[in-house]
Design a binder for this molecule. Structure first.
Ligand code: CP3
Length: 358
């Protein structure tokens, strides 16, 4: 079957037509909408915690094709989501570029902050070091049900450089914002390295069997208008363009979290196939200003998966009512948190899927 916009030449076989997330990314409206969850493999799952304990460190988990395959498949086995997302982390890219990266239990990532004058990165070694991750992609594709879309991903340059410059997560990304103003040349050079690395890495994932890729820009929302264009729109546009030169017809989901009123420009100017929206976005705005431009993915507040009950049902219904007439991949507005309840995930899924009969 041909994709809705007729542009894909390679994705025409039957298996592709069964992958419902991929069909929406290609421009179709499906009812009920396909559904998956950001961070669907994670600490809210006992089977994830068990594998994580066996693997040792978090990076060992990311770099073991066996363990990464296992945890990617866990939420598919348990819930039957329409898409699997490769289990890895956005920070394997700085790590594979040669920066020191480690994870502190209960706190989060730590990096040795980069020296913008002499970054000392090794882009030539990137793909060699990421081989186990690419190996995981092909194993996962081999083990997934045929109808499950496989998503690869990377962190967007801006979000990566907030961690690379600060050496850790910060509440307001002040170190990277400050550097972008006082060492503009150094930051632009780093963006260039990350754009090229992202193209190499995403192309390798697609070649290994990912059906589409998502670019996570978690900290897009802290920039002013000029910063958003320079560090979010422009690098994303270059990645999408470079990737499609390597892999014709490559499908890309952009997720510029906190983009708000920048969303229409982001979609129009980057060339992404679909856009992820956070839960703060106005559903009326998304429906009238974004869905006509591109399929939308989102945007349940993950907090409802902690609290559950009628408020969860009502929140799911609002999204289905407001966005269901357009092209939609049902998802969260950000990743599920470790205190999300499995029963609430089941309840959300049943509600989305039962909507097909309503
Ligand atoms: O979605 C998925 O299931 C795929 C796996 C995935 C992880 N991280 C696993 C992970 C993905 C897509 C990411 C993306 C990621 N990583 C982002 C962008 C999206 C977002 O959530 O904002 C960012 C900013 C990171 C960096 C990162 N990794 C942080 C800030 C942390 C610590 C916070 C936390 O939740 O612990 C991580 C660790 C991490 N990445 C965990 C998981 C399952 C938890 C670590 C553990 O199991 O010990």
């Amino acid at each position: 079957m041909d994709t809705a916009d007729g542009t894909s030449t390679t994705k025409t076989d039957k298996a592709m037509s069964e992958r419902r997330v991929l069909r929406v990314l290609a421009g179709e409206r499906l009812w009920p909408p396909p559904v998956w969850m950001m961070r669907q493999a994670g600490r809210y799952l006992p089977e994830y915690r068990a594998t994580r304990a066996k693997a040792g460190s978090f990076l060992d988990l990311c770099y073991s094709p066996d363990f990464a395959t296992e945890v990617t498949l866990q939420p598919i086995r348990r819930f039957g989501f329409d898409a699997a997302i490769l289990f890895s982390d956005i920070l394997v890219v700085p790590h594979a570029l040669g920066q020191k990266v480690w994870f502190v239990e209960g706190e989060g990532p730590r990096l040795e902050p980069i020296d913008l004058v002499r970054p000392g990165l090794e882009p030539d070694r990137l793909l060699d070091r990421l081989k186990p991750v690419i190996e995981a992609v092909s194993r996962i594709r081999g083990e997934l049900p045929r109808e499950t879309t496989l998503l690869g991903f990377c962190g967007a340059p801006w979000t990566l450089l907030t961690y690379m410059i600060a050496g850790r997560g910060t509440p307001d990304q002040m170190p990277a914002r400050r550097a972008s103003l006082i060492d503009s040349v150094g930051v632009d050079r780093l963006v260039d390295v990350l754009v090229d690395a992202s193209i190499d890495y995403l192309a390798a994932q697609l070649v290994a069997g990912a059906d589409a890729v998502q670019i996570f820009d978690t900290w897009a929302g802290v920039l002013d208008d000029a910063g958003f264009r320079r560090f979010v729109i422009e690098p994303t546009r270059r990645i999408v363009e470079g990737l499609r030169k390597r892999v014709p017809g490559a499908r890309v989901i952009g997720f510029p979290k906190g983009a708000g009123g920048h969303l229409p420009a982001f979609v129009r100017e980057t060339g992404v196939d679909a856009v992820g929206v956070d839960w703060q976005a106005s559903l009326d705005f998304v429906r009238s200003a974004i869905q006509p431009l591109a399929p939308v993915q989102g945007n349940l507040d993950p907090l409802y998966l902690v609290t559950g009950g009628k408020p969860l049902d009502a929140a799911v219904d609002r999204i289905l009512e407001r966005l269901g007439e357009g092209r939609l991949v049902f998802n969260l507005g950000h990743g599920i948190t470790p205190d999300g309840a499995i029963a609430n995930v089941e309840r959300m899924l049943a509600r989305v899927r039962d909507a097909g009969g309503r």
